[in-house]
Write a protein that binds this ligand. Structure first.
Ligand code: AGP
Length: 602
């Protein structure tokens, strides 16, 4: 979704803002722009299209200043166009803003302001913020911001500059992320940490409806009554390297390759570190129901977890799409534990599901990658995936870290519920501790996967099948493939084929079959034979495959592991398969069309 960056300091703002925008590109965008403030007023350059052309335009029409705001726009209201790009200015050119979010009552505000003779130039909801702030401005920017945001309904992260207060950069947020960074040479606002990592790792996390006033050397915070408040400066442990490609062609490949280390860090934290302490403090015996809710890949992690929790804890687990959860009148109460899974911690649907769960009295536990994010802050308990910044839109390392946290959670719950003995617990944890090494073994076989993927680029459709937990992870394999390769794909439970899907199988239809559940091997293999006899070519991925490869059947073996934890290994092959299919098609893998890394609107 939209990205915001802003800077005030003693350096030239434009290169800092352009660099920050590049680091926000992964959020997804269709247009971009910059505004700087100087003695002459605002210098604004903005246009539809990629950042490379914005950079060219800035070179042709240089703008200068040491205070400025930048924006990457992912259109919601008004088509992607030069005029709808941010920053937006009030009609007297006194206030400039960048906005991420949706102003739901913008039409009413716009109508009111138009009746007062104010002319709007764009079709966006965001322009009302600039016009309204300018209309309200009476010499005090904090009061103006309070008045303005009090009139807004919806969600916003805003960067604001006012010509009459040329030293100040203002930030305010509600239901959209915005952080504040401080360095020796100035202060920053940004939608997320990677955008400012070259300058600082010292950040303030802004809460909803808090206002920050940044000047060259300090940041002051205010509440909605305009009163000063204190906030704690935090040090982020992400490094600049972790947010750069480091020689890889794409972030996605780099992030896939980082998985052994990330798995190790996450497992360590969940068995011996901070996460372990949080898991221990949660008394699972108090709850009679577990609901996992999330979106996209995080939902798929929940689907995998359902099998693990139910098998180990013998407690029924419901997995709900967060986008559906709040509209289904969920049957939850204070005896329900609702687990929210989210890489970003800012997904609008997952935030809404969390708030619905809390409203109904449920206890909430989140599994989050981004420290300081909304979900992390608002849930009763939070455990963190130790994945570092994930830049590629297609999640890989964060997904893998979510899986291992969910396994360890299930084991801890099973022990607390008296379902497993300490010996079994130790054995299961030992198997989990072996995952990073086994993941590294798979990563040594990249060439084989790459070669196979090259034969699939012409496919119109690819089906993924599996049974039981293999079916759950097939869903992730299918999502990964379609989001980056643009090849149609579906995941089916192997046994469901004969109930309809098999009619789609014809000569050379590609089917990927995951087979790590040894006890179900014969079953999935018979599904494989059924599709091969109808002309399909099949790639089997698994640790218990007894068949030999032949013309229509190729096999990728993965190391043996308890079937409950096998998704952590099969998913690496599925990720690499999707990556190489897309790479062979020459696609923009890190920023697939129409997608955004963090979906902050409903
Ligand atoms: C995964 O590859 C996707 N890009 C997407 O499905 C993602 O998992 C989903 O939007 C949820 O995001 P979150 O984990 O940040 O909440």
């Amino acid at each position: 979704m939209c990205g915001i960056i802003g800077y005030v300091g003693n350096k030239s703002a434009v290169p800092i803002i352009l660099d920050g925008l590049k680091r926000l590109e992964y959020r997804g965008y269709d247009s971009a722009g910059i505004a700087v403030m100087n003695e002459q007023g605002f210098g604004v350059v903005k246009q539809k299209g990629r950042l490379a052309s914005l950079e060219q335009l800035v070179n042709q029409q240089p703008i200068a200043g040491t205070i400025g705001i930048g924006h990457t726009r992912w259109a919601t209201h008004g088509e992607p166009s030069d005029i709808n790009s941010h920053p937006h200015l009030g009609s007297q050119n006194k206030i400039a803003i960048v906005h991420n979010g949706i102003i739901e009552n913008y039409l009413q505000i716009k109508e009111r302001l138009e009746q007062k003779g104010i002319n709007f130039v764009s079709q966006t909801d965001s322009e009302v913020v600039a016009q309204l702030a300018e209309h309200y401005y009476d010499g005090g920017i904090v009061d103006t911001v309070v008045r303005t945001v009090n009139a807004l309904e919806g969600s916003y992260a805003l960067g604001i500059m006012c010509l009459d207060e040329p030293e100040k950069l203002i930030a305010v947020k509600k239901d959209n992320p915005l952080i504040i960074g401080v360095s020796d040479y100035g202060c920053f606002i940004a939608s997320d940490v990677p955008a400012i990592l070259p300058h600082t790792n010292k950040v303030y996390y802004l809460n909803d409806r808090e206002i920050a006033v940044l000047t060259r050397s300090k940041v002051e915070f205010f509440n909605m009554d305009g009163e000063p408040i204190e906030k704690e400066l935090e040090v982020v442990n992400w490094t600049l390297d972790s947010a750069e490609k480091g020689g890889y062609e794409h972030f996605m490949l780099k992030e896939i390759m980082e998985q052994p280390k990330i798995l190790q860090d996450t497992i360590h934290s969940a068995i011996h570190g901070d996460n372990a302490r949080i898991v221990e403090s949660l008394d699972i015996t108090k709850y009679n129901k577990i609901v996992i809710t999330a979106c996209g890949s995080a939902y798929n992690a929940g689907m995998v977890a359902k099998y693990v929790f139910e098998r180990l804890c013998r407690v029924s687990v419901e997995v709900e799409l967060a986008s559906e959860f709040r509209y289904k009148d969920p049957i939850i109460d204070k005896n329900t534990l609702v687990i929210l899974v989210s890489q970003s911690g800012e997904t609008a649907d997952t935030i809404a599901a969390m708030r619905e769960a809390k409203r109904r009295g449920a206890v909430t536990l989140s599994i989050i990658n981004v420290v300081g994010s909304t979900i992390a802050k608002e849930t009763d308990y939070t455990i963190y995936t130790m994945a570092g910044p994930e830049i590629a839109v297609a999640t890989t390392k964060a997904f893998s870290a979510q899986l291992v946290l969910l396994y360890i959670l299930a084991i801890a719950f099973a022990r607390k519920l008296g379902r497993i003995s300490p010996e079994v617990e130790a054995k299961l944890l030992a198997e989990i501790s072996a995952i990073p090494e086994k993941a590294a073994e798979i990563l040594e076989r990249v060439d084989m996967i790459q070669k196979y993927a090259a034969t699939c680029i012409g496919c119109k459709s690819i089906f993924f099948i599996g049974r039981n937990i293999d079916y759950a992870i097939s869903m992730e394999g299918s999502l990964k493939l379609k989001e980056i390769s643009y090849i149609h794909s579906e995941a089916y439970a192997g046994g469901e084929l004969k109930h309809g899907t098999i009619s789609l199988i014809e000569d050379n239809t590609m089917v990927v079959a995951v087979s790590c559940c040894e006890r179900l091997y014969e079953k999935i293999y018979s599904n494989v034979e059924q599709v091969i006899s109808r002309g399909a070519k099949v790639l089997m991925i698994g640790s218990c495959i007894k068949a030999s490869p032949h013309g229509k059947l190729q096999i990728i073996e993965i190391p043996r592991i308890n079937e409950l934890f096998s998704p952590s290994l099969s998913v690496i092959v599925l990720q690499l398969f999707a990556y190489y299919v897309a790479a062979n098609k020459g696609l923009d893998i890190d920023k697939p069309r129409n997608l955004a890394k963090s979906v902050t609107v409903e």
